[in-house]
Every structure is written in C-alpha cells, then in structure tokens.
Design a protein around this ligand. Structure first.
Ligand code: 6LW
Length: 518
C-alpha cells in the first residue's frame, strides 16, 4: 500500500464553520476559498464564507436574499434549501441547490462576486432528485444528483447517484438522466461531488443516512459519464462509534489546502455529553486532511478542536440597517421583511410586532443568529411597554423556548416568563421584576459530568433577567436535550434571537458571546 501522507500534525480548527452549517461545498479561486452550506426554511439562504487560509472564515454574504429566489413560504421546518454546490467556471461563480418543498426544485444561481448579488435562479424541472453537483467536461455541463425513486407519493426514497448533461442557459436536460453509481450498499447514497485528479474523475458521495451511520464513499472513472469503480476500502470515512469526538461525519467536498495537501470539508455533529446522545448545535462544518492511498482519497478521522479565542458580537440595532450583517436569519422570509411589517420609527431601536403565536407561526416576528458555541450567552435590552417579547431559541416550529418580558397591569412591574414549547408539552414559569427597560439573557453551557454518564443529558440552558448592576435573576434552568438534532428536526440547528409575541416590542444592544474552546 502506498500512502502518500504529508508530514506534520493536523491542526485544523474544528468545527471549521460552527453552528447550523451542514452539507458544505467549497472551491478555491485565486487566493481565496469559498464555502457554502444548507439553510432549510431560513432566509437569507446559503451563506457564503470566505477564507484565505482554509482556517479562518468570514461570512461575506448569502446567495438567496430575496424570497423569489427560493420560494420558501410553504416549506416545512427542515425542508427548503438543501445541500448546495459551489463551482467557478470561466469567470462566473455558480451555486446549484435543491429547494425541497418549493416549486423552484433544482435551481442554479450565478454571480460575478460571491458576496452577491446572485441571479434570480434558473430551475431544472427535469432533475428529479436532491443534492445536485455541477461539473464541466470541456464545454459540457453535467448535473450529478441523488435520484428519487418515482412513486405515487410526492417524494420517494433515494435511488442512487444520477447524472444528466444540461443546458445551463435554458435549464433543459440534454439527455435522460443516467444512473452513475449506486454506492456500496449502505442506505441513502447522496451528496455527490465530482473532482478531476490525474486523469480520473473522483465521485465523492455520502451514504448511511445523515445520522450515526453517515459515511463518505468514493468511486472513480476515466470518463465523467462512468462507468465508476468504487474504492476497495469504502467507506473511506465513518464515525459511528462512541470513541469519536465528532460523529455522523459525511457529505464532503474536496479542496486543496494552501500547503498543497488535500482536505475534505464535511458535515458532522459534536454531542455535548459523554454518552454522545445530544448534538445541540445541529450539523456543523468540519474539515479533515485527505491522504491518497494507492490512488484513492482517504480522509483522516475528524478531530475536535474548537477555536481558543472567544467570540464577541455586539449589535446596536438602529432602524432598518440594523440587520445588515449577513448572519441574521428569519423564518421563511428575509429579515428585512420582518422589519418592514412594522414602522421602524424609534431611533436607535429595532421594533418587532407579534400576533400572539410565538414561534408556532409559519412567519414569526423573529430574527436570530446561529448558536455557534456550546457555551454562549445572548443578551438583549427590551422595552415591553407596547407588547410582550424577548429572546427565543428555535430548532423548528415545535421545538422552541422563549424568555418574554411583558408590562403588568401595574406599570411599575414587568412579568418575565420562560416558555417551553415542545411536541406534547407547553410549560411556562414567571417572575415579576421592577418595570421599565429589561435586559434578558439566555446562557448555555455543557452538562456537568454525572454518574452514570448517560444521565448527563443535554446542555444547561439558563434564562435570566440582568439588572443595571449586572446582577442576574434566574427565571428558568433547563436541560437542552430537547433542542438537539436527535430529538427535534434532524436537519437544522439552533437559532437564537429576538421575538415579539403580542404588540410592538423594541430592542437594542443585542450581544452574542461565545466562550473560547467551545
Ligand atoms: C441533504 C442530504 C441529507 O440534502 O440531508 O441526510 C439533506 N442527508 O444530503 C439536508 O441537509
């Protein structure tokens, strides 16, 4: 066996792009790397991250900032924008993606500048499947995707990796989709990416389902159209055991690092407890070095190495420009549409107007950001004179929690409530605090070691009110296991942000603090 292994220890920061960032795809153009990930029912959709060294990433924009690009109004939680691929061809950036549960289906967006703006998008009605990849052989463009078996129901099971030559100007298929490879026999072959190396087309796929059995398998062919031959040691990467710090690894895209080594960006989860039961941040982007063994790309096991510096973000929230940072998210509509629903007339504040449904609404009065650290603290100052609102953590419609401030009948008193909303369980706890402005805080930290280890559960979520001197009064202390990929919608992750329940609520000074090493 010839193992072409570069010397030197791996020292990737991992997760590479933390928080809800699954299905990564990555390219290198000149001296820059660009990576994109899935966003499901959230807008803006498909974050574009840029790096010069493949280690430190900046969120420079989003591909779909307008509702018409993706059409998410009717998609369920966890549906919507799945598994985009980014490629660069003759001066133009291309992103191809499945928008599940939307008339848009398989869509191609283009841009000259990856920070945007991106085009309105061209649909490929002939592509019946998910996870499209885009590759060129000379002038010919090919979409390679995970086919869906056609059944009476609206969505069938996955049916192997398919491919069709396409016309990128009309969205037409230039041939009937052909089966390219069926994988190794593990379930759900998906997430294909094609790369040309040394005269071979290498086809990377995910198999085994996105949970603990997730795996990377590889096949290769001299022709982009196949036939493809699987690697003798497939799957080339899995992490299903309890001994790995990062599990469910798969769905990877290949890129060459600045030092010439190959690397795979891929999704994985990092459970918070020793029983490896609860992955509370969702599926994140990780990276690992790829060795070439006998001509086959072989990713190393993924190591856990959270960044050692803290993350401090402070947003002033003044008017409609308050949410210009590309990291703000809203549900099924852009953050700007949430702000536009109510006049932003209060100088220096952001105003939200709620209709009493909290996060059960399909389009809640809610704007938030990905939770990216296991130990984090989110704070906001709230004026609840005209309604009730505060902070909310969302995994999906049915799995959320909120910390609400509301003026009591006595204006000298505010009532602060912690509300848990889970399938089959709604629970609320309240305390009274002095009236006026309030600072609400949501903090998380990993569980303390307990015996037996499987009793540890999820992270510890503390909901509290902070007074002018920084003193904290706890409203609720919760086990975060119910807001995790294992218990809620498996595809998404946590988003934490501001919500109005009833009436008009004003916010300022939103702070996200992520602890070093988490
Ligand atoms: C993605 C697919 C998957 O399209 O999850 O389980 C989907 N596998 O590859 C959404 O992230």
């Amino acid at each position: 066996m010839t193992r072409n292994v570069s010397p030197g220890a791996d020292a990737w920061p991992n997760p590479l792009i933390p928080g809800m960032n699954p299905d990564p795809s990555c390219i290198q153009v000149d001296d820059h790397y660009y990576a994109i990930t899935s966003t499901f029912e959230y807008l803006p959709a498909i974050p574009v991250y840029r790096s010069d060294d493949l280690r430190t990433w900046h969120h420079i924009g989003n591909v779909a900032t307008r509702q018409e690009q993706v059409g998410l109004l009717r998609c369920p939680a966890g549906g919507g924008v799945w598994a985009p691929t980014i490629r660069y061809f003759r001066g133009t950036f291309h992103v191809i993606v499945t928008v599940a549960n939307s008339p848009r289906g398989c869509v191609l967006f283009t841009a000259q500048d990856p920070a945007g703006p991106w085009s309105d998008g061209l649909s490929f009605p002939g592509i019946y499947g998910i996870d499209p990849d885009l590759a060129w052989d000379g002038d010919d463009a090919y979409v390679t995707f995970s086919g869906l078996h056609r059944t009476e129901s609206s969505i069938g099971p996955l049916d192997g990796i398919m491919q069709a030559r396409v016309d990128l100007t009309s969205g037409e298929l230039l041939e009937e989709p052909r089966r390219l490879w069926s994988g190794t026999g593990l379930s759900a072959s998906e997430g294909p990416h094609l790369h040309l190396r040394d005269g071979f087309w290498y086809l990377f796929i995910a198999e085994g389902g996105t949970e603990r059995g997730h795996a990377v398998s590889v096949a290769r062919s001299r022709s982009i159209q196949g036939p493809f031959e699987g690697a003798p040691h497939n799957p080339v990467l899995t992490a299903s055991g309890l001994d790995r710090p990062v599990i469910s690894t798969g769905h990877g895209d290949l890129v060459t690092a600045p030092d010439g080594r190959d690397a795979l960006l891929l999704l994985g989860t990092r459970p918070v407890d020793r029983a490896r039961a609860f992955s509370v941040l969702g599926r994140e982007t990780f990276v690992t070095t790829v060795d070439w063994i006998d001509g086959w790309p072989t990713p190393r096991p993924v190591e856990l190495a959270p960044r050692q510096e803290p993350c401090v973000e402070h947003f002033e929230l003044a008017g409609t420009a308050a949410l210009d940072d590309p990291g703000w998210l809203a549900v099924r509509r852009p953050p700007a549409a949430v702000l536009a629903a109510v006049p932003q007339t209060r100088d220096g504040w952001l105003t939200l107007q709620g209709e009493g449904e909290l996060l059960r609404s399909r389009t809640p009065a809610y704007v938030g950001r990905r939770q990216r650290h296991l130990a984090c603290s989110v704070e906001v100052e709230v004026d609840c004179n005209g309604g009730s609102g505060g902070l909310a953590l969302r995994f999906d419609e049915e799995s959320s929690l909120t910390l609400l401030a509301e003026r009591g009948t006595d204006p000298a008193v505010n009532t602060i409530s912690a509300k848990i909303d889970l399938p089959g369980l709604c629970h609320s706890t309240s305390i009274d605090v002095p009236g006026g402005l309030v600072i609400l805080r949501l903090g998380t930290k990993p569980p303390a070691p307990r015996y037996p280890p499987w009793a540890e559960g999820g992270d510890i979520i503390t909901l509290s009110v902070v007074d002018a001197n920084g003193g904290e009064t706890e409203v609720a202390n919760l086990d975060g296991r119910y807001w995790a990929v294992e218990t809620a919608t498996p595809f998404t992750g946590r988003v934490i942000g501001m919500i109005a329940d009833d009436g008009r609520v004003h916010f300022r000074h939103f702070r996200y603090h992520g602890a070093a090493g988490t």
